[in-house]
Design a protein around this ligand. Structure first.
Ligand code: AMP
Length: 438
């Protein structure tokens, strides 16, 4: 099937050809015709499926079809969970709209608001925004959403995970009642279904299995290892097998920072990328990673969402995610576009329940290989994983007797404990959100 047969106009087809796409992806085949016809949509699709073009191409065409009388009001609004994703969607809008005369703008926090106000004043057809910064603009009257014709919620599950539901509802109140609504989400929780029910009118439902759930091209492997020796094993894998580009996932920002520093000490160029880093620092780290100047990029799940990096040869789960679906997202970064990739999980005794949850989701057991010299000590007891941080106390380090060489004790070091005030008054949701918007 060709892009031509989907009903796209010449200017859009030219941009698609410029981008080098020969054929629409499944989500594009399913999404483009109903969106062009003005239907609401509930789409199950994750990053890597081509979903951005799936909604952007028909959105551009619908906007280009008629010019509104009077000025250049915002006629399409795309909400995204992170600034990275907003920037990336905005890039796609520019790429696919290059032969049309529509204006677009990305609005996200972490950068000065004034240039955004100036750009809004000049007139924008398509806004790609994170909810928090959009509401800041709405509050100070620098954006008018009363003429929005098309609303897209991109990665809606992530937005809810990050605690944006109230912000989304506030944004919805600023929109006219009559509009086209498109909701894209990788997963469908009860909360997402609730949002969709209230938002969508007789939606076209499409579902594209994540490209990598079956993951034939991804070599997935678990290496059991003691928690205290994960870093040593990681350095050994990277150095010993001469991996040039590896994306490593941790559960927390703190863990990402610490690991990147330790890897640097091991002589491996590494950078951490997470919500507490400035926009500049994140962009720089990503650019250096892509350019091959940084060999190891350490990321949290939220920071990694929306990062335009895929087709990586190696992805490592330094710590398993709390949510099994995140495992699928993580490993989806490798083995793309028909290339083979490797997804390695370093699993300690604390994480056996998480591993079982992942295997249940995948419907199969992951192959496990204990590496000589890194055999887990059977006397190390599981410790609770709390908000991705290990609690104080727990088991004593094993004393002597192990065959495996030990680089460090199994006891968590001071830096592992929860930071002061961590369990204070703030809810976990607002904490997550504060982090995401920081
Ligand atoms: P997305 O799922 O929207 O993040 O897109 C993932 C990647 O697929 C992006 O780098 C797009 O440039 C690329 N892409 C989107 N549509 C196509 C297509 N029809 N053919 C080839 N690559 C595509």
């Amino acid at each position: 099937m060709s892009f031509e047969s989907l009903g796209l106009q010449a200017e859009v087809l030219r941009a698609v050809a410029d981008a080098g796409y020969d054929q629409p992806t499944p989500v594009q085949r399913l999404a483009i015709p109903p969106i062009l016809a003005g239907r609401d949509m509930l789409a199950g699709a994750q990053t890597g499926t081509g979903k951005t073009a799936g909604f952007t191409l028909p959105l551009l065409q619908r906007l280009a079809a008629k010019r509104p009388a009077g000025g250049r009001p915002v006629r399409a609004l795309v909400l995204t969970p992170t600034r990275e994703l907003a920037a990336q969607v905005q890039d796609s809008v520019v790429t696919y709209g290059r032969h049309l005369s529509l204006k677009s703008l990305a609005l996200f926090g972490g950068v000065s608001i004034n240039p955004q106000i100036t750009a809004l004043r000049r007139g924008v057809d398509i806004l790609v925004a994170t909810p928090g910064r959009l509401l800041d603009h709405a509050q100070q009257g620098s954006v008018d959403l009363s003429r929005v014709e098309i609303l897209v919620l991109d990665e809606a599950d992530r937005m809810l995970d990050m605690g944006f539901i109230r912000d989304i509802r506030r944004v919805l109140k600023l929109l006219p009642a009559k509009r086209q609504n498109l909701l894209f989400s990788a997963t469908f929780s009860a909360e997402i279904r609730g949002l969709a029910d209230g938002l969508l009118e007789n939606p076209e439902r499409i579902d594209v299995a994540p490209r990598n759930t079956t993951a034939e091209l991804i070599d997935q492997k678990v290496h059991p290892v003691d928690r205290a020796r994960k870093r040593e094993l990681l350095s050994w894998l990277i150095g010993g097998q001469d991996w040039r580009q590896v994306l490593v996932f941790t559960r927390t920002k703190h863990g990402a920072n610490r690991l990147a520093e330790q890897l640097e000490r091991d002589g491996l160029s590494a950078a951490a990328i997470h919500g507490n880093k400035s926009q500049g620092a994140r962009t720089r780290a990503l650019a250096e990673f892509k350019a091959g100047k940084v060999r190891v990029l350490v990321a949290t799940d939220i920071a990694a969402r929306g990062l335009d990096i895929d087709q990586l040869p190696h992805v490592v789960n330094y710590e398993l995610p709390h949510v099994a679906e995140d495992y699928v997202h993580r490993i989806g970064r490798t083995g793309r576009a028909g290339r083979e990739g490797q997804a390695i999980s370093l699993v300690c005794v604390d994480e056996l329940d998480l591993l079982r949850g992942i295997e249940k989701l995948l419907g199969r057991k992951l192959p496990s290989e204990t590496l000589p010299g890194f055999e887990p000590d059977p006397r190390v007891r599981a410790e609770p994983i709390e908000n991705g941080r290990r609690g104080r106390g727990g088991s004593k380090p094993p004393r002597g007797g192990s065959n495996a060489p030990r680089a460090a004790s199994a006891r968590p070091r001071a830096g592992d404990s929860t930071r002061p005030g961590h369990r204070g008054g703030q809810s976990s949701r607002s904490r997550r959100r504060a982090g995401a918007r920081a």
